[in-house]
Write a protein that binds this ligand. Sequence first.
Ligand SMILES: [Zn+2]
Length: 142
Amino acid sequence: MSNNQIDSFFRKIDNNPIQKTLVIILAIIDGFVLLFSLTSGFSGLLAAAIICFFVDTLMWQICGFFTRCPFCNERFAMVKESSQYLGDSPATKTVRQKIRNKYGEVIATYDQTVPATRSHYLETYRCLYCKGEKKTNASYKS
Ligand SMILES: [Zn+2]
């Protein structure tokens, strides 16, 4: 790659909020991994660098795939624009309960199903390149 290509590659990342966030997250994780690998010497550092490279490449591909625009096929394209609250519906969730003896020590646990709420949203995603709009239903349990 020439200097010009590298320069335009970084300018493209700088203009794309999805790629920018991903680069920052991966750089922080890689930084910690490489720092801790130093304790096992040069071979540890080399192994960590290779693992980081493959994990980063994989994460880049996965992230690109899930943010692909269905209209223009650009990757790293769909950004959440708005989220419209539609309402709640009843749901259940499982919580782990503890059984204690008279000394307060946990002697057993069991799973109990309790009522919960599921909140529904209509989320709007917009393509950074062709401005195409995609609406999806999302729900979050609380
Ligand atoms: Zn698009």
